[in-house]
Design a protein around this ligand. Structure first.
Ligand code: FES
Ligand code: FES
Length: 158
């Protein structure tokens, strides 16, 4: 099936298997290995990408579903010159990365949240990231990073 889509700001026309999972298409066909797979069942959020400004689990999306849509992966967050996005910088500043396996999915869920809500509360952030699991533990650094870049840094407890 010939698919037309935008991926990280670039237009593509590709003949591909529409029944392939999007996570496999991105990693294997497009070479974008920043998107991770963990559970493969829509439970962990590691594979989260953004399709038409909404966060989706790419292990549950078929490649045919991106036809005529825009896809953003973690590789598309930085500027073309390699400068990290404000959210990526905030993750570093707050020490929100440990092993980093969950990080691409966290970044994409948080990016989708910030598209819709420029001044999220701590609760908004926690709800938006509820589907993203981090086995390394401390979610507060991740939440702080998102609040920081949103300009609504958490006051209580800090
Ligand atoms: S790998 Fe897709 S949600 Fe876990
Ligand atoms: S930093 Fe290791 S899983 Fe989140």
């Amino acid at each position: 099936m010939i698919l037309e889509f935008n991926l990280n700001g670039n237009k593509y026309i590709k003949d591909t298997d529409p029944s392939k999972r999007l996570v496999d298409f991105l990693r294997d066909d497009m070479g974008l290995t920043g998107t991770k797979e963990s559970c493969g069942e829509g439970e962990c959020g590691a594979c989260t990408v953004i399709v038409d400004r909404k966060a989706v689990s790419s292990c549950l999306v078929l490649t045919g579903q991106i036809n005529h849509k825009s896809v953003l992966t973690v590789e598309g967050l930085a500027d073309p010159d390699g400068s990290l996005s404000p959210l990526q910088k905030a993750f570093i500043k707050h020490g929100a990365v440990q092993c980093g396996y969950c990080t691409p999915g966290m970044l994409m869920s948080a990016t989708a949240l910030l598209y819709e809500n420029h001044t999220p509360t701590e609760e908004d952030v926690r709800i938006a990231l509820a589907g993203n699991l981090c086995r390394c533990g401390d979610y507060s650094a991740i939440v702080d990073a998102v609040l920081d870049v949103a300009g609504s840094a958490k006051k209580a407890g800090k």
